[in-house]
Each structure stands twice: as C-alpha cells, then as structure tokens.
Design a binder for this molecule. Structure first.
Ligand code: 5CA
Length: 169
C-alpha cells in the first residue's frame, strides 16, 4: 500500500491544476476539502475504496449523463449501479444516456475518474443516490484520478444542491 499525501499540509508538493481549481471552487462554497493523493490511483470506486481503506459504498461516483440533451450529474454510491430508467424518472427526463469522455470534460471541466461532485465549469443539475445519505462520511474525487477527499452527506447535498432519489441498484 502506498502512503497517501495530504495536499493541504504545509510543505506538500504543489497539486495538479485540476485539484487547485477544484479547491478554489470548493472554498467559494464554504468547504475546505482535505485532499488525499494516492499515487497508485483512485480512478474507480473499487480503486478508491482499496486505497482509502473504506467501504466501497462510501465512495461517491460522479457519473455524468445526457438527459434530454443536457448534462446531469448522478452521485452514485460505489456499491451501486445507476439504473438509467430510475434516474430518468427521478429527474423527469424522457431520454437519458451515459455521457462519453469528451462530454464529461466539456460539461464539468474534469476528466473521467477525477470528476468531483461540485466545482464544475458550469453548474449541473445533480441527483444523489439515497444510499449515500445514510452514511457518516463519504469520499469523492478531487479533480484527478489519484485524488479524493472526505465529506459528510450533508455537505455533499448542500454543496451540490442535489435532489435525493432512489436510482442505485
Ligand atoms: N475517482 C473515482 C472514485 S471517486 C471515480 O471518479 N469514479 S467514477 O465512478 O465516478 O468514475 C469512473 C466512471 O466513469 C465509471 O464508473 C464509468 O461509469 C465512467 N466511465 C469510465 N470510462 C468511460 C468512458 N470511456 N465513457 C464514459 N464513461 C466512462
């Protein structure tokens, strides 16, 4: 196991630009995330849970979908799959599909595997898997596929303005 680096500690290596951008935007929302870097990678929920040493259910997957032609974000527990029909119903969309890698970057300003739940280039409508809201602490991507940060579900909901829904299976 590789030891994590705390990017918010004095003397730490300068973070990648995507992380700096994420942190600046988080601070405008009143948050000050403690970003952890895992050189072995946190690209998937399973990778992130293994690196952090937490339950995969506590990983926030920030999944971008195109719903009726516009990007939406589905914050999904790492233990769940986002059911597209249930998600479409929850947000009132008549058509819904997964965004491709270019669409994710265009909509959020971040790459797949590093997309954070907030701090995007332009605000997106957000739905949050109800299973995440039952936990004390969850972990989300901080802008790159090797950075994560912890937060409470209450902070996640406040920062994103998410609608809580049941769409994880
Ligand atoms: N850093 C981790 C945990 S915080 C993370 O970002 N996980 S994630 O689930 O939010 O991002 C990875 C997700 O991106 C995958 O679950 C998958 O749904 C999606 N994905 C991966 N490759 C592609 C691709 N080529 N096109 C569209 N979506 C993709």
């Amino acid at each position: 196991m590789t030891a994590p680096t705390d990017l918010t500690s004095a003397g730490a290596t300068p973070p990648p630009r995507a992380v700096t951008r994420f942190l600046e935007r988080a601070r405008t929302l009143g948050l000050d995330p403690e970003v952890r870097t895992f050189p072995a990678g946190t690209r998937t929920a399973a990778d992130a849970a293994a690196a952090i040493g937490c339950d995969v259910a506590a990983i926030v997957k920030s999944l971008v979908f195109i719903a009726d032609g516009r990007a939406v974000l589905a914050l999904t527990s790492g233990a769940n799959r986002a059911d597209e029909a249930a998600l479409a119903a929850a947000i009132g969309a008549s058509s819904l599909r997964k965004a491709d890698a270019d669409e994710v970057r265009t909509a959020t300003g971040y790459a797949i595997g590093g997309t954070p739940p907030f701090g995007h280039d332009t605000p997106l409508p957000v739905a949050c898997d109800r299973d995440l809201t039952a936990l004390d602490e969850v972990w989300a991507a901080a802008g790159t596929p090797s950075t994560v940060f912890p937060l409470t579900p209450a902070q996640l909901l406040t920062a994103t303005g998410a609608r809580v829904a049941v769409f994880g299976t």
